[in-house]
Every structure is written in structure tokens, then in C-alpha cells.
Design a protein around this ligand. Structure first.
Ligand code: HEM
Length: 184
């Protein structure tokens, strides 16, 4: 299946921007808690901030599944002809890496929380069924994994935003507007 329109579908656009906001907010809160708060000096406030991080970030796991389904049933618009074949392949690989991060971060986050003996709550409404009991051997693996992945994902997202801005302001090729506009 090939998308002949220069624009993503409205559903794909809405999913993209909602997930972008959730990702950035979850990233900032996780970063703040992990690097600026400690249980010794901030006590229960740190616990509240981590709980907020989890309640926001777990939504990504549901949204990314819908997004992957939508992406396969509604292909993306073609990249501009002005891009070389190598640049197109690199762009696709970077998008694939972003999808993998959107899966890996909430999964390692949940494993992190469960293995430390805590739940994985969603929007303060319900919890993701626990797939793992408290386990410090697993915690030793998934905690650094979640932290390193969060940094790698942060860098990928910064590169993604930079590339989108380059397409818009330097190449002026409509790649950014394919995610913001609909045909008239
Ligand atoms: C897209 C989703 C997610 C993103 C972008 C994200 C990002 C981050 C970041 C940037 C950090 C701080 C890393 C550091 O210490 O430098 C962090 C820490 C953490 N994350 Fe996530 N995370 C996500 C999902 C989750 C989920 C779903 C959970 C659990 C249900 C979770 C649990 C935690 C915990 C417990 C910490 C440690 C916080 C602390 O030590 O104060 N994360 N995350």
C-alpha cells in the first residue's frame, strides 16, 4: 500500500502530537526526579513526582500500539525527491529507532517499577497487571537500562526535532507540514 497524499492522516497527526507532548513531559519529570530529587532531602515529594512520571508515561504503551497498527494500515507519505536514497534510508532507520524507543521505554519503566516492588499505574485510574514480583536481580538490570534508554531516546528526539526544523526552514520541502496540515 502506498500513500499518494503529501499529508499524514488526521489520526496519525493527532497520535503523533499527543505522543510528542506526553513523551517530552514524561522525560522532563523523570529527569527531574532522577537527577534533582532524593528521598533523603525531598522525602515523599520525590515519591509523588515518580508516581506522576509513571502515570503519564504508561499511556505511551497503549498509544504506540494503536500508532503502529495505524502506520501499517495507513502508510506514511513519501519522502521528498530532493532527498538522496541514503538520506531516505537513514530517515527510515531513525523513525524505526524512535518506534523501538517508544516501546522499550515504557516496558523497561514498568519492569523497573515492578522489580522494585511498586505498581505501574495509568492516569491514576488503573494499574497495568503486574508481570513480575519484587526482584532485586532484575532491578539491577532494568534500572540502568531504563536510564540509558531514556538518554538515547532524548538524543533521538532532539535529532528528530532538529531534522524537522531543517526540512521546514532550510530545505522548505513540506516534510514538517505533512504532519501538521490536511489537504484543502
Ligand atoms: C516514554 C516513556 C518514558 C520516558 C520518556 C521516561 C523517561 C525517564 C527519564 C528521563 C528518567 C530519568 C533518568 C535519569 O535518572 O537520568 C526516568 C526515570 C524513571 N522512570 Fe521513566 N520514562 C518512561 C516510562 C516510564 C514508565 C512507564 C515507568 C514506570 C511505570 C517509569 C519509571 C521510572 C522510574 C521509577 C524512574 C526513576 C526515577 C528516579 O530515580 O527518581 N518510566 N524515566
Amino acid at each position: 500500500m502506498k500513500n499518494t497524499s503529501p499529508y499524514y492522516t488526521r489520526t496519525a497527526q493527532v497520535l503523533h502530537w499527543i505522543m510528542a507532548i506526553i513523551f517530552i513531559v514524561a522525560w522532563i519529570i523523570g529527569f527531574y526526579s532522577g537527577n534533582f530529587l532524593s528521598y533523603e532531602t525531598d522525602g515523599s515529594f520525590k515519591g509523588d513526582v515518580i508516581t506522576l512520571h509513571k502515570n503519564i508515561a504508561t499511556t505511551i504503551i497503549f498509544l504506540v500500539m494503536i500508532r503502529i497498527f495505524w502506520r501499517y494500515t495507513h502508510p506514511a507519505p513519501s519522502l521528498p525527491d530532493s532527498m538522496s536514497p541514503t538520506m531516505k534510508v537513514l530517515a527510515h532507520l531513525r523513525h524505526l529507532a524512535l518506534y523501538l524507543m517508544l516501546l522499550a521505554l515504557p516496558i523497561t519503566g514498568c519492569l523497573f517499577s515492578w522489580s522494585a516492588g511498586h505498581p505501574a499505574p495509568v492516569l491514576y485510574m488503573f494499574e497495568i497487571p503486574r508481570l513480575l514480583e519484587e526482584n532485586y536481580d532484575v532491578l539491577e538490570i532494568v534500572k540502568p537500562l531504563h536510564i540509558y534508554l531514556s538518554w538515547a531516546a532524548g538524543l533521538l528526539v532532539v535529532g528528530h526535532i532538529g531534522a524537522a526544523l531543517k526540512h521546514h526552514f532550510i530545505d522548505k520541502d513540506g516534510v514538517l507540514t505533512s504532519m501538521t496540515r490536511q489537504p484543502k
